[in-house]
Design a binder for this molecule. Structure first.
Ligand code: FE2
Length: 293
């Protein structure tokens, strides 16, 4: 397969039999024009307001998918029910100053904008998204996390091949990713890439909190990913990519001068057990809500 299953967004988010079959087979489905460009622009504007209001102060927290520098960082570990900001690894020069503007230095913002910010809440909860979730078989969806992935120009970091169920694990597994292109994503600026059908392979790693309170990655399967099997998911603004929590995916660095800002939601089935060992824990004051209300 050298192209991911790609369709124009269906009316009302109602997936056809063919779309559902493709999602089952590939573990990933691309729906072009799912969100109006105007709505993407509004979310980018709201993002900019939140970034403007963020004062990094002296303490700078870095998120690196390659080096996992965030492990052991309380600012990260306690961000599951907050809105927090994480810098790119390449954001600072030797003197500790930002090389680019603040918004062009961030790796991501997360992880509860969909519950805490009205603009993000409205973007994340639409009848169309609820319909998609129903059509791919999520019995009782709960949006467990939201992230803005900035992938800024020149310093946007690479993300190695991984499965999101490694980090958002339920028993049985139920994690599904909803990825929205807020700007055009291309190979040049580090678009997502997937291994179609890779969701049928086992889960290779699980992140969990040990008895010592520290997060660690446990290896479940040491076999390598099939070489050269990844397929680029180039996506115009407003495209929605849905992918199974086991679907292997990665993205290259962004060495271009164009940002590649995306918004993601991760959804679990509220009927499934959510372990205390997962990194992301929410306060009891913030109930897990789905796509409606
Ligand atoms: Fe991921």
């Amino acid at each position: 397969m050298n192209k991911l299953p790609t369709y124009a967004a269906p009316e009302g988010g109602k997936l056809t039999e063919r779309m559902r079959a493709d999602y089952e087979r590939a573990g990933v489905l691309v729906l072009e024009g799912f969100v109006a460009p105007e709505k993407c622009r509004q979310l980018l504007e709201r993002t900019q307001e939140l970034v403007d209001a963020f004062d990094p102060g002296e303490v700078r927290h870095i998120f690196s998918a390659l080096d996992q520098t965030q492990l052991g960082d309380k600012y990260f570990e306690e961000s599951g029910d907050k809105v927090r900001f994480f810098f790119e690894q390449g954001a600072f020069d030797e003197q500790g100053n930002l090389r680019q503007s603040k918004e062009q230095s961030l790796n991501k913002m997360g992880h509860a904008m969909h519950d805490l910010d009205p603009v993000f809440d409205a973007f994340s909860r639409t009848p169309e998204l609820g319909q998609v979730a129903q059509d791919i078989g999520i019995a009782d969806p709960g949006i467990i996390q939201s992230m803005v992935i900035f992938k800024p120009p020149r310093i946007g970091g690479e993300v190695h091949c991984h499965q999101d169920s490694t980090y958002i694990y339920t028993e049985p597994e139920s994690c599904v990713g909803f990825w929205f292109a807020l700007e055009d994503a291309t190979v040049e600026n580090g678009c997502m890439q997937f291994i179609p059908g890779g969701h049928r392979m086992g889960l290779k790693e699980r992140e969990l909190r040990g008895a010592d309170g520290k997060l660690r990655l446990e290896t479940l399967d040491t076999s390598p990913w099939p070489e050269g099997a990844e397929v680029a998911a180039e996506a115009g603004t407003g495209t929605l990519v849905i992918f199974d929590g086991r679907s292997p995916h990665l993205s290259g660095p962004n060495h271009s001068d164009k940002s590649r800002c995306a918004y993601t939601l991760h959804v679990v089935d509220r009927n499934c057990h959510y372990p205390k060992e997962n990194w992301l824990q929410r306060s009891a004051d913030l109930p897990l809500r789905g796509f409606v209300g």
